[in-house]
Write a protein that binds this ligand. Structure first.
Ligand SMILES: Cc1cc2nc3c(=O)[nH]c(=O)nc-3n(C[C@H](O)[C@H](O)[C@H](O)COP(=O)(O)OP(=O)(O)OC[C@H]3O[C@@H](n4cnc5c(N)ncnc54)[C@H](O)[C@@H]3O)c2cc1C
Length: 303
């Protein structure tokens, strides 16, 4: 029985871990990776104290800070079920089961899928959801980028420097990205942008070799060696039982990061907190750990 289990080691979970460790709570951190979405970001220019830092570097700094404390971290483990049972919380993972007096859910967001034939089959064999992580693999090839918001255009600006040609497909009749990024992409010789584009299927042999897209009602095939899907994300909250969620699946919390279930706290992008940003997630993680500490100090240790 731990005092605290933290699920997720992005900015929210790592900050919560640091605060909890400094309070000498008996804790364990379970996370698929360390750094969360920060490692997907190419350039970060709005995290206080750093005028500029890459996402990978900031993720590394977070890891080094966490390593200062003797916190047990189960990296690569996935929580599959979190539920309040009596006076404690049971956390099931793909490896084992943990029990804790309180839990902080800091599982962030996961990329949204297209749900078209070939997407799962070619995942990591030409289909990716992270331009920053995987973009360089497609150097010298034609690529397709799916989406029309800032993430898709950020990916376009990265890829137009290293790919041969970049096709950008947006499902609606207009792009929503910032005008500065749109101007850069539109004036580039090796970028072609399409609206009213519905992806039909992804094809290939061992690796991706093409994408079929209905453009303005007409099916077309584009030969590409990489497909970057940038159509947003959804909260990774499915595995938490019984908590209140809003209509987008975000866990509803109050200003102390409390959910509707006592002893289940949540922090960062997985919640309904305003502004999905690193500095906000860190602040929410700190609040969740302090609130969890306060909650425990009012409860007797024995169940
Ligand atoms: C491309 C991109 C660029 C961005 N650029 C910026 C920027 O410049 N500035 C800025 O402030 N913000 C930026 N953001 C947003 C910022 O990265 C997020 O707001 C922040 O990372 C949220 O932190 P978090 O800890 O709440 O969640 P996340 O960073 O999503 O971390 C969640 C963690 O939980 C783990 N996890 C998820 N589900 C489970 C599970 N079931 N079991 C175990 N572990 C699990 C994940 O592996 C991950 O480690 C960007 C985001 C993206 C995608």
């Amino acid at each position: 029985m731990y005092d605290l289990v933290i699920v997720g080691a992005g900015p929210a979970g790592i900050t919560a871990s640091i605060y909890a460790a400094r309070k000498k709570m008996d804790l364990i951190v379970i996370s698929q990776n360390i750094g969360g979405q920060t490692i997907w970001s190419a350039d970060i220019e709005n995290y206080t104290g750093y005028q500029f830092i890459t996402g990978i570097e900031l993720g590394q700094k977070f890891r080094e800070h966490l390593d200062q404390f003797a916190v047990e971290v189960k990296e690569g483990e996935t929580a599959t079920d979190v539920e309040r049972i009596g006076d404690w919380i049971r956390i099931e993972t793909d490896a084992t089961t943990y029990e804790a007096r309180v839990v902080i859910i800091a599982s962030g967001r996961l990329p949204r899928k297209l749900n078209v034939p070939g997407e799962d089959e070619f995942r990591n064999r030409g289909v990716t959801y992270c331009a920053t992580c995987d973009g360089p693999v497609f150097a010298g090839r034609d690529v397709a980028i799916i989406g029309g918001g800032n993430s898709a255009l950020e990916a376009t600006l990265q890829m137009m420097k290293i790919a041969t040609h970049v096709y950008v497909f947006e499902a609606t009749d207009s792009f929503r990205a910032d005008p500065v990024m749109m101007d850069k992409a539109r004036t580039s010789d090796n970028v072609s942008m399409f609206t009213k584009s519905k992806v039909l299927r992804i094809s290939g042999d061992r690796l991706v070799s093409g994408i079929e897209v209905e453009v303005n009602g007409k099916p077309r095939r584009f030969d590409v060696g990489g497909i970057l899907i940038e159509i947003g994300s959804s909260p990774a909250s499915d595995f938490v039982k019984g908590v209140e969620r809003n209509n987008t699946g975000e866990i509803v919390v109050n200003c102390k990061c409390e959910t509707n279930i006592p002893a289940i706290f949540a922090a960062g992008d997985v919640t309904n907190v305003y502004a999905k940003q690193i500095v906000v997630a860190c602040g929410e993680g700190a609040k969740a750990a302090l609130a969890a500490f306060e909650y425990l100090s009012t409860k007797p240790k024995d169940k």
